[in-house]
Design a protein around this ligand. Sequence first.
Ligand code: PGA
Length: 251
Amino acid sequence: MRKNIVAGNWKMNMNLQEGLELAKELNEALKGKTVNCDVVIGTPFIHLATVAATVDTSRIGVAAQNCADKVSGAYTGEVSAAMVASTGAKYVILGHSERRAYYHETAETLKAKVTLALDNALTPIFCIGEVLEERESEKHFDVVKSQIEASLFDLPAEAFGKIVLAYEPVWAIGTGKTATAAQAQEMHAFIRSTVAQRYGQEVADNTSILYGGSANASNAKELFSNPDVDGGLIGGASLAVDKFMPIIEAF
Ligand code: PGA
């Protein structure tokens, strides 16, 4: 169950044509190559169906970057988990710090999103992570623990077993300030022990925990060599194949 995963998060970049080109290039780059991780790309909603129909989805998993917290109905502008699943996407990134900060996503909203994602057979890539002041005041472990508890720990063990976690210290996202390999390992081990306390060691050992925040071709190998770091959620460096492929190949 525990897998190595390198997931790209395109955020709000690339129009449809550019995104399709990038996805095709990645598809070509992976052709005939053996890689030691699952590869995922998180595209804007409007790209999902086209990208999923174009790439070899047995090699590249397609992810949305969000989904609605409601099933369906009069929620103008929203995109449901069922709609995401109907495009051929298999994953959904949930709880990214940009969504928590700029779109006021709460633990409760995220809980609903996680449930709807799972109901629609999507794998949530659930993001957690502290802001700089929280780390400087040594609250980072408490913050991360409560983010996990508040949105995920009501799930039964079987459902929790389908979640991928992504630890993304907010101070490292898009800043070029990567967490050190030791900081990542320390937090990932803490997250795994938090999961073990709630669901037992076996579930914890089977949980993939990704690192995100200025991960790139030069630091991926060191980050991924940690026993509790099972891959990365990659923003900036996922927007060009020559930057993204070396991260995939870091495993
Ligand atoms: P970054 O973004 O790699 O550009 O820091 C990571 C993320 O926000 O998922």
